[in-house]
Design a protein around this ligand. Structure first.
Ligand SMILES: Nc1ncnc2c1ncn2[C@@H]1O[C@H](COP(=O)(O)OP(=O)(O)OP(=O)(O)O)[C@@H](O)[C@H]1O
Ligand SMILES: [Mg+2]
Length: 318
């Protein structure tokens, strides 16, 4: 294990590059995932997420760069054995039952006959599909197939799990189930790298966020760190006033007068740093100008604003 990789690092990626012809899918990607950490890996369509996951799981060979898995280079078999992959497309045998699918993947991962038997029972429980153990997977709903797909990827108890959009096309109930399944893995120390197009999912489910755009990491940190570094922590405030503004309203914060509402508008918007101290002052001041306040909305900055700020794109739901 290289001396410059800390012992609590499960996955270390350095300067990873991969091109398809003249298309640079990965243009020098570096980041790490700590043991037991959950990292959301986000980026617009075509940013390079699946390519990176394929490089990590040994399905694609990078042009250059290094991948270290639990202190071992990814090229070594032992390193790959500790990785679990749940691919973007459902990869199940539709004409086999749940139990049979789990057995096939268990054997594929090199488990002993006894190991497969124990693990299948565990997986049926874990997915909540014990009662459907002997039904053909082909007849399952999208959410149920996703759960089996996930179980097949962890039959060998990986230390690092790579999930490429595990909740696409999944109903809210199955989605909840999938996240409680992931909670279970985290509690047991498994590191999780999760690609998703749902920003609120990343916000709720992950400790840290890595955003890629055009094959490069454009942000890496906790949500609060990214907000502070990019859009800032101040709140957007929107007030509905009555009657409509007779003239433009400006607020003087001592540095520069800022416009907060246009003539003829019912709406006044501005940013404030501290809601509890600044909002009452703002409301009082607008009232003093002769307007009643009909409504107040306060918006905290979110990962959505960070993403837009850094990439200039909406994150499309694929
Ligand atoms: N096998 C391949 N052959 C040629 N080009 C490829 C191949 N795989 C990926 N690419 C290209 O590499 C770039 C990154 O693709 P990738 O699938 O990694 O993006 P992504 O971030 O996973 O996107 P999405 O959010 O749509 O899943 C894209 O421009 C894509 O067209
Ligand atoms: Mg993808």
């Amino acid at each position: 294990m290289p001396a410059d990789i800390a012992t609590d690092i499960a996955l270390q990626i350095r300067g990873l590059e991969k091109s398809f012809g003249r298309n640079r899918a990965l243009a020098g990607v570096s980041f790490s995932v700590r043991r037991g950490e959950r990292v959301a890996f986000l980026g617009p369509n075509g940013a390079g997420k699946t390519t990176l996951i394929r490089c990590l799981s040994g399905r694609t060979r990078p042009d250059s760069g290094e991948i270290w898995v639990m202190g071992q280079p990814v090229e070594q078999r032992e390193a790959r054995d500790v990785i679990g992959l749940v691919p973007q497309e459902i990869a199940l045998y539709q004409d086999l039952t749940t139990r049979e699918n789990l057995m096939v993947f268990g054997k594929l991962h090199g488990l002993s006959r006894r190991g497969v038997r124990d693990r299948v029972e565990w997986a049926l429980n874990w997915t909540g599909l014990s009662e459907r153990a002997d039904d053909l997977v082909g007849g399952f709903s999208g959410g149920m197939k996703r759960r089996v797909n996930l179980a097949c990827g962890v039959m060998h108890s990986p230390r690092i799990l790579l999930l490429d959009e595990p909740t696409v096309g999944v109903d809210p109930q199955s989605r909840q189930r999938i996240f409680s399944m992931l909670d279970d893995l985290s509690r047991n120390g498994c590191s999780i790298l999760l690609t998703t197009h749902h920003l609120e999912e990343a916000e709720q489910q992950c400790d840290r966020v890595v955003i890629v755009d055009r094959g490069k990491v454009v942000a890496d940190g906790s949500i609060n760190e990214l907000i502070a570094r990019s859009v800032g922590t101040s709140r957007w405030v929107r007030l509905r006033v009555d009657p409509p503004l007779k003239s433009p309203l400006t607020i003087d914060d001592g540095e520069s007068a800022k416009p907060i509402g246009q003539t003829g508008d019912h709406q006044v918007t501005t940013r404030i740093d501290d809601v509890s101290t600044h909002l009452p002052g703002l409301i009082g001041w607008i009232r003093e100008q002769g307007y009643a306040i009909a409504d107040v909305e306060v918006h905290a900055p979110s990962l959505h604003h960070v993403f837009l700020h850094l990439t200039g794109h909406e994150l499309r739901d694929a």
